[in-house]
Design a protein around this ligand. Structure first.
Ligand code: ACO
Length: 333
């Protein structure tokens, strides 16, 4: 029997502190930084984002998202045999956020203790991280190395923002999304494709690093917005067409496009190139901002829970981010 993988449950979590554009504009104004709701909405589509409290880490957000995904899949944590967390804002340099998450899940109730011992690791592909993690989990399930995975995107981007740089600090937010991905005799995941091109490192990066117990360089996000915009629009349409061709499908087969939620204009432009109407695109960037690796599973969970996404629907997930990295997954729910 051929082994496939299928999503059996989705979950997400947003930290309770929600900042509208007006809240952020007021906060930045207190530091002499000039921006406006009009500018942010017109250029990005963002109206609000969530920020974590200082004592909350990516693994805390991931934990809540996983609990919700496990409930939706009607699974207990001790039935999970693989954990992959996509994040660029890990709790620590090491160990992985996935290992920390595993321990939190194992301790959450006595019946969950069996999750300890399964492989757990992080994937670092910035905003493409969830598509990378899902593709890896799918491959490990297909080969028989795993049967039931938690695949998570979790970010606390508020920690790596320079709130004196208005060109970046208005764009991002914190949050987590997760899916339970299980072995199945029917496909679920139909096709995936991943890419990276390191020559674009400089247009989107956090250049600092830790050395000799100190941070060397700048530990906040740097972005050439226009260069990122141009690259993103080009690669997203190309990788979508490529993954559809791999699966023997066309744009007409797609019920829902769930792109990385960076900027409404990038999403609209990609959808237009793929001849998909705006009613087929799941948009959460207005309420979440850009949550990097968390944005796709967060959007997926929102549209599953509000009833837009139904069992049997065909979804096209697309990520693009620092590296430059990009990728897409076509799947049946
Ligand atoms: N408020 C008010 N004015 C601003 C702000 C702000 N927050 N930020 C910039 N401006 C000003 C600039 O200073 C500039 O002023 P000037 O004309 O007097 O010099 C003007 O607005 C226009 O700036 P641009 O950079 O040309 O604005 P643009 O239309 O390109 O929009 C944006 C900027 C929103 C960043 C856009 O380029 C974009 O969305 N790029 C893609 C970003 C993205 O998707 N990033 C995530 C990738 S995923 C990942 O891996 C993290």
């Amino acid at each position: 029997m051929k082994r496939y993988s299928r999503i059996t449950g989705t979950g997400s979590f947003l930290p309770p502190q929600r900042l509208t554009n007006a809240d952020l504009v007021a906060r930045l104004a207190a530091d002499g930084i000039d921006t406006s709701d009009e500018w942010i909405v017109e250029r990005t589509g963002i109206r609000a984002r969530h920020f974590c409290a200082p004592n909350v880490a990516a693994s805390d957000l991931a934990f809540e998202a996983c609990r919700s995904a496990l409930l939706a899949a009607r699974r207990n944590a001790n039935e999970i045999d693989l954990i992959i967390v996509a994040t660029s804002t890990p709790d620590m340099v090491f160990p992985s956020t996935a290992a920390i998450l595993q321990h939190k899940l194992a301790q959450s109730n006595p019946a969950a203790a069996g999750i300890a011992g399964c492989p757990a690791f992080d994937v670092q592909a910035v905003c493409s991280g969830f598509v990378y993690a899902l593709t890896l989990a799918d491959s490990l399930i297909q080969t028989g190395a795993a049967n039931r995975a938690l695949v998570v995107g979790a970010e606390v981007f508020s920690r790596i923002l320079n709130f004196k740089d208005r060109t970046t600090c208005v764009l991002f937010g914190d949050g987590a999304g997760a899916v339970v991905l299980e072995v199945s005799d029917k496909p679920g995941i139909l096709a995936s494709e991943l890419h990276a091109d390191g020559k674009h490192v400089g247009i989107l990066c956090v250049p600092g690093n830790v050395s000799g117990g100190q941070i060397l360089g700048d530990p906040t996000l740097k972005m050439d917005g226009q260069a990122v915009f141009k690259l993103a629009v080009g690669v997203l349409a190309d990788v979508a067409r490529s993954v559809l061709a791999k699966a023997g499908k066309t744009e007409a087969d797609v019920d829902w496009l769930i792109p990385h939620q960076a900027n409404i204009r990038i999403m609209q432009s990609t959808a237009k190139k793929l001849k998909l109407g705006p009613d087929k695109v799941v948009v959460t960037v207005d309420q979440h901002g850009n949550t990097s690796a968390a944005s796709i599973p967060l959007a997926l969970d929102v549209a599953v829970r509000d009833g837009r996404i139904q069992p049997g629907d065909t979804l096209l997930l697309e990520g693009v981010g620092g590296g430059f990295t990009w990728g897409a997954t076509l799947l049946n729910m």
